[in-house]
Ligand binder design. Structure first.
Ligand SMILES: [Zn+2]
Length: 244
């Protein structure tokens, strides 16, 4: 695999943070923007959110060093590119670790997804491209919330939590879940739906362990590992955006 560096000459639009530098790299024939920022705290770290690839480093880098770093991180960046939850150009999405092709069919005045079958019960009136995109996201969200709720109920019983948490989904990029212990409410990231069931369950177990301990103390981790011995492996996959 070849990575070439094309430094941008023009000033950036929209403006990035002052100390960030944007570079354009080519990975597998795809142009990718990678931002570099000096940070005293980080020797060298790659941070990927849904809309930004950022390298934090603790000193000014030479072009060669940047090239080396990119080689080191290229596997993670490739995974990130692959990890689009819905690919509208190639008509597929990932859901609970599985890849599904989708297809739209018409029935009288309305439309429905003839593939995959777990979405075929929903019908809709408008098949314009933008509407389809919104519809597909909405339906997957709905299915995912149903799935999450049943899994949380299951784990609440196993972990002997004697109340039911309220569950909601949010567009979260910084965390996978948050337990608002006092409100008995857990919010999960929408970005989770593409991952395998065991990865999602590791996030559920983490959040439910907060029902016992609010912090990340030893006692907290003891509970997490009791119910999810593979927690470390699963978290690695999660952060590398390996769906299964
Ligand atoms: Zn936590």
């Amino acid at each position: 695999m070849k990575n070439s560096i094309l430094k941008e000459k023009k000033p950036l639009k929209p403006p990035t943070r002052k100390k960030e530098k944007k570079y354009l790299f080519e990975i597998e024939n795809q142009k990718v923007e990678v931002f570099f920022r000096i940070s005293k705290k980080h020797f060298c770290t790659l941070k990927i959110t849904s809309n930004k690839i950022l390298v934090l480093h603790n000193k000014t880098l030479q072009e060669k060093e940047i090239e080396t770093l990119l080689k080191i991180f290229s596997e993670n960046i490739k995974n990130h590119l692959k990890a689009q939850r819905i690919d509208f150009d190639n008509l597929y999405f990932y859901f609970l670790g599985q890849k599904y092709d989708y297809q739209i069919a018409q029935k009288g005045q309305s439309f429905y997804f003839s593939k995959p079958t777990f979405l075929s019960k929903y019908t809709f009136r408008n098949n314009e491209e933008e509407k389809i995109k919104d519809k597909l996201k909405e339906l997957l969200e709905r299915e995912f919330l149903k799935y999450l709720t049943s899994k949380v109920r299951y784990w609440e019983k196993i972990m002997e939590i004697n109340y039911e948490n309220e569950i909601a989904l949010r567009e979260k990029n910084s965390t996978w879940g948050t337990n608002y212990i006092k409100q008995k409410k857990i919010i999960f990231s929408k970005n989770l739906w593409a991952f395998s069931q065991e990865i999602i369950e590791s996030v559920i177990i983490h959040e439910l362990s907060h029902c016992f301990w609010g912090d990340h103390s030893k006692k907290f981790w003891a509970i997490v590992y009791k119910f999810c011995p593979d927690y470390q492996i699963l978290t690695k996959k999660l952060n590398k955006k390996e769906f299964n």
